[in-house]
Design a protein. Structure first.
Length: 312
């Protein structure tokens, strides 16, 4: 495939992906809507580059793709005059990919249609995923292997190899892909901003029975999954001025507030204390203290001492 064709394919996939999100967001916000009303809004949307009506056949194709890709069902109530609605709309707010759709792409689409507000609404920039994410999700949906040219931060040159895409995850302003390279017996994690190029092949693969993306990261704080580090109980002391932040935005789903005191609280976690979790705790500065396990407390202490030496 030529470079021009690859770019065209990438742009088409991205545009189609945005149209899916636009459709979900439009129906979700209105609640119950006829196809004619959907088409009216489509005619006023910035995604409608050609200015053409939305064909009914295309609308139904989008409905099927949305159901397959995001497990969101757009149903039709014929008795009420052929109005469309999202089945189990209440589930949209309960996390997972549905909530992500609304909170990320859908909000972005709304802002794009509100030109006067663009300079008043600021987002964190996520440099990766804009182009490659739709292609990867489509390959995951269709069970197709992909050819990827990738260069990690630790290599001087990029390498091209085949992968089986398992799942994607966003963390700290970066998108990551969990995929199995044919060169390894286990899945590895690749940052999308380190991908030079990626395209689906016609070769099929079967997702391993029992693979669960949430379970894969269950014991991890962020993106690192280290088989050599086991999950264990970790206790940290959080000073009073940071306690409310920890309560409002837990570091991990296992977080519990074990003890409450006048000037501090003790929070407990059960996870793998990998590098990214250590970095997160260090970023809190003097507002927290590792209580246990002792080896982890010592590791943080040694890092702090090393930092102190740098400033002497």
């Amino acid at each position: 495939m030529s470079k021009i064709n690859r770019i065209s394919s990438k742009e088409n996939a991205s545009n189609l992906f945005n149209r899916y999100v636009w459709l979900v967001d439009t129906i979700y916000r209105i609640g119950k809507v006829t196809f004619e009303e959907i088409n009216e809004r489509w005619m006023a949307s910035e995604l409608n580059y050609s200015g053409d009506d939305l064909p009914l056949k295309t609308f139904h194709n989008h409905r099927k793709a949305i159901e397959q890709m995001f497990d969101i069902n757009i149903e039709c109530n014929r008795r009420a005059g052929y109005v469309y609605y999202i089945e189990n709309a209440d589930d949209m707010e309960r996390g997972g990919v549905r909530s992500w759709l609304l909170n990320t792409f859908a909000v972005n689409n709304l802002i794009n249609e509100s030109h006067k507000l663009k300079h008043r609404i600021l987002f964190e920039h996520i440099p990766s995923g804009q182009h490659f994410l739709p292609l990867i999700i489509e390959a995951m949906r269709d069970g197709k292997t992909m050819e990827m040219t990738y260069q990690s931060f630790w290599r001087d040159e990029a390498h091209t190899f085949d992968i089986e895409p398992y799942c994607v995850k966003v963390f700290k302003q970066r998108w990551y892909l969990v995929a199995k390279s044919l060169a390894y017996d286990y899945p590895r994690i690749y940052a999308l901003d380190r991908i030079h190029s990626i395209q689906a092949s016609e070769k099929k693969f079967i997702l391993p029975v029992g693979f669960d993306a949430e379970a894969y990261f269950h014991d991890s704080f962020g993106i690192i999954v280290d088989e050599d580090v086991s999950a264990q109980t970790i206790e940290i002391k959080v000073l009073e001025n940071q306690v409310k932040y920890f309560r409002a935005l837990p570091l991990h789903l296992t977080q519990t507030e074990k003890e409450k005191h006048e000037n501090y609280s003790i929070f407990e976690y059960y996870l793998c204390p990998t590098f990214d979790f250590r970095q997160e705790l260090l970023s809190k500065g003097a507002e927290i203290e590792i209580i246990s396990p002792q080896w982890f407390r010592n590791e943080i202490k040694n890092t702090i001492q090393f930092m102190l030496e740098r400033y002497r």
